[in-house]
Design a protein around this ligand. Sequence first.
Ligand code: IPM
Ligand code: MG
Length: 361
Amino acid sequence: MAQNYRITLLPGDGIGPEIMAIAVQVLKRIGEKFDFTFTFTEALIGGSAIDATGDPFPAETLEACKTSDSILLAAIGGYKWDSLPRHQRPETGLLALRSSLNLFANLRPATILPQLIDASTLKREVVEGVDIMVVRELTGGLYFGEPRGIFTTESGEKRGVNTMTYTESEINRIGKVAFETAMKRRKKLCSVDKSNVLEVSQLWRDKITEMSADYPEVELSHLYVDNAAMQLVRSPRQFDTIVTSNLFGDILSDAAAMLTGSIGMLPSASLSHPGQPGVYEPVHGSAPDIAGQDKANPLAQILSAAMMLRYDLNQAAAADAIEAAVIAVLDQGYRTGDIVSAGFEVVGCKAMGDALLKALG
Ligand code: IPM
Ligand code: MG
């Protein structure tokens, strides 16, 4: 009997449902080709979950996620929900998903494709050949540290508080993912911190340095986050794998993404321990300004589905086939608005999806 995979789909908000629809078509087609099937369960998260239930991460969604083999997420958020109290914001739903599934390791690849080099805002000679993997810690640090809140001081003044914390075990588990990721790549790991100012970063640096004894083949370096931001735009090719904390990784992964020309091209994987389901999602947001207009680029969503096949479902050949189809449609000249450059015509989301299905055969 053909292998069947239970996948929870979280289309979310904005352009989410449009790009998810394309990803589902692509997955079905790839299943036919490689002889496996999917049972898809759709669940609510973010703004659409708030509208339907009042909660950005309903209990049924968590249940669906926990009982599936893997989770494919599109995007959450939009202007409509921006002024709601924090516990009812779409972002809170995403953070709850990450923490309740223990998705501590976020892999964000930023690879420049030769086909899209002119879509980058940086010079060709700077970005040519860029191939970076950002390993971002995702369930700790400033995003989750306690105490947090807006308090009132004795003098009656308000005071906002967040706390950046990392325990040794949190650093060790993300460090392990990072060293192992580097081992499968060019064996260069750069750890990014702010240890010239922050104690939490000092511990981070000490622990990562200690761990490097177990990975003698990996060339380890350390950068302060401000310098890392500068180096990323100055000479990005110096980087292979980057490991960093939650907030720094949030910022640096957007910068790394933009080197490639469009954030609309980049997938990501959020992983827990082996055997637990991961969440696969594009790095970009829900783009409410173009939602429902058939303008979105579905490729980051498709490439996220490929990462899901590779990491969670152990179907590397199927993942390779999807990645090859993405390259093929770019070679054929298909461009959505975000990646268009002189000499190309703009196609919509659906037309890009049709081209992909055709490329898959
Ligand atoms: C990301 C996003 C999220 C984050 C937001 C939407 C909470 O920016 O995945 O990078 O800050 O982690
Ligand atoms: Mg971000």
